[in-house]
Design a protein around this ligand. Structure first.
Ligand SMILES: [Zn+2]
Length: 482
């Protein structure tokens, strides 16, 4: 079923809500906003929805509905537990170690956020999509989570990024399938977006990441389930493990400023030559995540084909030709109604600088940072600022347009829609660019010039300056989209 048909089916199956007095007619183009939980539990909803509708014509909201990370709830970190901000209906969570107390977020008392928000949102012409974004850190308050997490190549359980829950772990599979089934059956939602800001162990070990300083000894995953799956694919698990040990040494030497005798690129290529198991393990991780996503998509569609299921895609793809190869939009389109590539251009410059630093400690160790950046610009098809100005400038609206177009062309011929995540006031570290009404306007227009089918104004309503959200709305009005 096409996404367009799914949307029409959803609308026609619902009784027409009474229109809010001031609300304009919702646009047929998806104009979405992610939002943390606190405002849903604590604020008056009608004025908040009026504000979103009037400023930017928002017609879809993505609450971070399951998270153990305090900033996604909008809560203080001290003593934070988090979890499901709706109600876990336990019939959907069989044979997993997590209890109701493990899963249920206690931060806002008895409030079931979905039950509270959905009827009011629908009255304003706003549909709610559950946003399940994988935690970056093992939930400290929930010891039962540990059994779901990956094992690194030294045999240690991971507890944070770049490790995370394992896609081949049946407990994590059952938990996530149960969670989305719970949302799909228990609430009148418009859809579900799942996301993970991770990549394969090999790319992490090689420091090819916007989070480039991470420990190269934390390569994943070598849990019992991944080992079994690897053996079934004919991979020599012990040679894969040894190969990752060699990569770890290679990167540690690079970070210490010691260039291999034959050059960094040759040493990198020799690792792949001597340990083809590295690429096989890479493929195992990536294909396992895609199989996991396909299973989530199939589960929701089996419950209600009208619900839209899509993927948040980590911004690291914008900097890495390596991860770009792994996350092929044409492949993702086989099990996606929509895809949200994160294209936060204000913070992208600083993140790109971090990626270059990591790349110089491994694969590109033969080159200066300036040369690496120019090489990556050519490989990724960008025309952006020189390295010494990049963090302060950010990436341009032209980047937003090019990356949107690449995604749109990637899914061509399928019903999958591209809803780029355009950044508005994404928190910037010192020295990074900040959003302005002008930069937001340019980025929004660039997304649609690139062929976007909708847009996700990112990454959190509460982070946005009102004038910048209004500027997004003004651009959408200029484009006659709202
Ligand atoms: Zn595993």
């Amino acid at each position: 079923m096409s996404a367009g048909v799914a949307m029409a089916g959803l609308n026609s199956s619902r009784s027409e809500p009474a229109p809010a007095s001031t609300a304009p007619k919702p646009s047929s183009t998806t104009i979405a906003l992610p939002i943390c939980i606190a405002p849903f539990a604590q604020r008056e909803l009608d004025p908040m929805f009026d504000d979103m509708r009037e400023r930017a014509g928002v017609n879809v909201l993505f609450p971070f509905i399951y998270s153990h990370e305090p900033h996604r709830a909008g809560s203080p970190a001290e003593g934070f537990h988090g979890g499901n901000f709706a109600t876990p209906h336990m019939q959907y969570y069989r044979d997993i170690p997590l209890t109701y107390q493990d899963m249920r977020a206690p931060e806002f008392g008895d409030v079931d956020v979905l039950a509270r928000v959905i009827p009011v949102a629908l009255k304003h012409g706003i549909r709610i999509f559950c946003f399940v974004l994988e935690d970056n850190v093992l939930p400290a308050a929930v010891p039962h989570w540990q059994a779901l997490y990956e094992i690194d190549h030294h045999g240690r359980r991971t507890d944070r990024h770049p490790g995370g829950p394992c896609y081949n772990n049946p407990l994590y599979q059952q938990f996530t399938l149960g969670l989305i089934e719970d949302y799909a059956r228990s609430y009148e939602i418009g859809g579900i977006m799942w996301g993970s800001e991770r990549q394969s162990g090999l790319l992490n070990a090689l420091s090819l990441s916007q989070s480039s300083g991470e420990d190269p000894g934390r390569t994943t995953c070598f849990c019992e389930f991944c080992q079994k799956k690897g053996r079934n694919r004919g991979i020599d698990v012990e040679r894969a493990r040894r190969g990752f040990g060699e990569v770890e040494n290679f990167v540690r030497e690079g970070r210490a400023g010691r260039r291999p005798r034959d050059g960094s690129f040759t040493a990198f290529w020799r690792l792949l030559l001597n340990y083809p198991e590295l690429m096989a393990w890479e493929n195992l991780w990536v294909s396992s995540r895609h199989e996991f996503q396909a299973a989530l998509h199939a589960r929701v569609k089996s419950i209600n084909p009208a619900l839209q299921v899509g993927w948040h895609v980590w911004q690291n793809l914008s900097f890495s030709p390596f991860q770009r190869a792994e996350e092929d939009f044409a492949g993702l389109a086989g099990f996606a109604d929509f895809i949200r590539p994160a294209l936060y251009n204000n913070v992208a410059g600083g993140r790109f600088v971090s990626f270059v630093k990591g790349a110089q400690s491994s694969v590109y160790g033969d080159l200066s940072p300036e040369t690496i950046l120019n090489l990556l610009y050519r490989q990724l098809n960008y025309d952006e600022a020189p390295r010494d100005k990049l963090a302060a400038t950010g990436l341009s609206a032209d980047y937003v347009e090019r990356e949107t177009r690449r995604a749109v062309e990637g899914v061509a011929g399928r019903a999958t829609q591209i809803w780029p995540g355009v950044g508005i006031d994404v928190p910037a570290e010192p020295g990074m660019a900040h959003s302005t009404p002008e930069s937001v306007s340019r980025a929004v227009k660039a997304a649609f010039k690139g062929g976007a089918h909708g847009i996700i104004l990112s990454r959190n309503y509460v982070e946005m300056k009102p004038e910048n959200l209004s500027s997004a709305g003004a651009a959408l009005r200029e484009l006659h989209l709202i």
